[in-house]
Design a protein around this ligand. Sequence first.
Ligand code: FES
Length: 127
Amino acid sequence: MTQSSDDTWTVTIVVPEESALDEAGETHKVEISEDETILAAARSAGVWLTADCQQGWCITCAARLVDGDVVHPNARRYDTEDREAGYILTCTAKPRADSTVVVEQYDEFLEYRAANNKPPGSSKLSD
Ligand code: FES
């Protein structure tokens, strides 16, 4: 089977003011092909988003999808409820439309997961 990688979308990456990244408060537009993850494309563009496992498991790369569409074909722990709650994992998220994401949402996604009895639960919440 031949896979086309001709489709490319513009993903607007919003880095919150309160983020610890050098790019805090900035917005970057990145062109991303359908086979590329948002994390990889952002880093290639010089925006070094936070990420640990890069397998869709640890949620350190969590972001909010403000508009557009992404898929997570290789995420190890990400489900429909996460998607419906508006969260994505940039390490495995691949765009399927022009999209806008607010990055560096680990704390918020962790709280959402804990509040909904989803892994890793409350074990990683700080006091
Ligand atoms: S870096 Fe671990 S889930 Fe994305």
